[in-house]
Write a new protein. Structure first.
Length: 402
């Protein structure tokens, strides 16, 4: 039997987690007071009641909390602190590899350019990693070290959401919105590649987030083509609130190596392209291709239920079909604050609802490490994953799973 204690002790990864959705509430309150940010409440209890809820009525209500967290992430000091605390929170629950993602253009302003944003986040993550990896249990090899990567998110669409976007839109008054969206993505990817190469910051991936319907992936093809040519990994939010065609676009137009959510992969009712006559075959071919190429789906169980109340309960989650199709999947939090969750909790939900055996659990957890965008050479990644597997198998023996 897989126990809660085993899940807590197991080395875990999180490949899909947003920094601006994972703040500590006391930190948000403290920064808000310091920087004169208006909040609905200045107590944790009040914020949990009004903003960061257990359940949400819609995706819009779920996203409302970001207006407050992003405001708190507009200075280098705040970004570094939030990143540091984020890393420590992950370490404290047994996460040994994390890829933190965020949209840098939401934080760029007159005080902080792209380099400043990336350096500040990296400082926090690096300090937390250094502290953890210098602990006695890691130094003497009793447990694996903590490793992290950074993923920069472009947005499928945007308005006057930040100081940077305001300036950007003012500078392109005659461009159609779709062109502006793609141009901002292209500008971002060029910048993160330059910062990665010049400063050695572990920027390991490029992502596309935001509403899928009406904002197709191919608007951002040029940016992802640049990422492809500059050896920057690609993951794309797809199939979160739209159908299989969005996933197809992510793979074919944007070279996606992983998929964020992928929830509606099997939903033929959401296929809208008239030329697709045999919808069942389309989905079968698409899911088979994903399986063959080992394109990993970043599964976010709690987040999906909260942003799509129609799912109703965990037993109806499409992870069941992903499991039956033997797709490569890994459990992620999406937003630790908005969803009030941890990787430990997400794995526990999967075990409780989908009859996962100890061997299947091992596969899912190790997939997270094998399919990560590791910030180092392939040989280094293999050695690191080996230490994770050895540590995991030691815990299996201790808990009687061997």
């Amino acid at each position: 039997m897989i126990t809660k204690k085993f899940i807590e002790q197991a080395p875990k990864s999180d490949l899909h987690v947003h920094l601006d959705g994972s703040l500590r509430v006391p930190t948000l309150i403290e920064i808000a007071r310091k920087d004169n940010i208006s909040l609905p409440s200045f107590t944790p209890e009040g914020l949990y009641e009004t903003v960061f809820k257990d359940n949400y009525e819609s995706l819009e209500e779920y996203l409302a909390g970001f207006q407050y967290t992003v405001q708190a992430m507009q200075t280098p000091e705040n970004l570094e602190r939030i990143a540091y605390e984020f890393a420590r929170d992950n370490q404290n629950e047994g996460v040994r590899y994390v890829e933190v993602r965020f949209a840098p253009q939401l934080h760029m302003n007159s005080r902080m350019d792209l380099e400043g944003v990336m350096v500040s986040v990296n400082k926090g993550m690096e300090r937390a990693a250094r502290e953890f990896n210098n602990s006695p249990t890691v130094l003497d090899g009793q447990e694996p070290r903590f490793v992290y990567g950074i993923i920069a998110c472009a947005l499928r669409s945007f308005g006057r959401m930040s100081e940077y976007y305001n300036v950007f839109l003012d500078a392109h008054p005659f461009s159609k919105p779709k062109r502006n969206f793609g141009l901002a993505s292209y500008e971002l990817v060029q910048g993160v590649v330059e910062v990665r190469d010049r400063l050695g910051i572990p920027i390991v991936g490029f992502d596309l987030a935001g509403p899928e319907h009406g904002f197709p992936a191919d608007d951002h093809w040029k940016a992802f083509h640049f990422a492809q040519k500059n050896f920057l990994h690609k993951t794309v939010h797809a199939g979160e609130a739209y159908g299989p065609e969005s996933i197809f676009q992510a793979i074919t137009d944007l070279y996606a190596e992983r998929l964020g959510h992928g929830y509606y992969l099997f939903d033929t009712a959401r296929i809208t392209t008239p030329e697709i006559i045999d919808k069942e075959k389309y989905v079968q071919d698409l899911s088979r291709y994903i399986a063959d190429k080992r394109i990993t789906i970043e599964v976010c169980l709690t987040s999906n239920l909260q942003t799509n109340p129609a799912i109703k309960d965990m037993g109806h989650h499409q992870f069941r079909k992903m499991k039956e199709a033997r797709l490569s999947t890994t459990f992620c939090t999406d937003n630790r604050l908005m969803s009030k969750t941890t990787v430990t909790r997400e794995i526990g939900l999967a075990v409780d609802n989908f009859a996962i055996s100890p061997k299947e659990l091992k596969d899912h957890i190790i997939y997270g490490f094998k399919r990560c965008f590791f910030p180092g050479a392939y040989t280094e990644k293999r050695q690191y994953v080996r230490t994770i597997i050895d540590y995991y198998e030691m815990l299996e023996r201790e808990h009687g799973f061997a």
